[in-house]
Design a protein. Structure first.
Length: 146
């Protein structure tokens, strides 16, 4: 979900056949544990190249880059709120750290909250997670109000 939200926030499309010429640009992105750069996970994805991307491992890198939000980021992209567990075993925290670094470099407004002793889950019984969700809701309120 986080990866798809990031892709939506970093890739704007316009339908040239649509009469309204509406853009797909979003106002804000909430990223929970999203992959921002598949190429940083290349050793793992070499194994999954054929099943996920449908190509041989030697041919997977360009597809992984195209599927990576970091590849598409530019200074006009929407602000991003990122929430990531430091002990995430599915999507390493390095993914969100790379995103944070690129967002800073481009001057894109963002918030990055790292949750200690948390994996790839949102445990709403934890006070620090409750605080992070409250921060996200307040951030969204600030981003989406006119």
């Amino acid at each position: 979900g986080g990866h798809l939200a990031l892709m939506l926030g970093t890739t704007e499309t316009r339908d040239p056949k649509a009469s309204s010429r509406q853009s797909s640009k979003v106002q804000a992105v909430v990223n929970f544990f999203g992959v921002s750069d598949f190429t940083l996970m290349l050793p793992l994805w070499n194994v999954l190249a054929e099943t996920v991307f449908g190509v041989k491992p030697a041919d997977v890198r360009p597809l992984m880059a195209a599927a990576s939000p970091l590849t598409h980021l530019d200074k006009l992209d929407a602000p991003v709120f990122t929430f990531h567990g430091i002990a995430d075993w599915v999507v390493p925290i390095s993914q969100s750290k790379a995103l944070d670094s690129k967002l800073k470099e481009l001057g894109i407004a963002h918030t990055f909250i790292q949750i200690r002793d948390s994996g790839h889950e949102v445990d709403l019984k934890r006070k620090d997670v409750q605080d992070a969700v409250a921060a996200m809701l307040a951030w969204l309120d600030g981003q989406l109000r006119p």
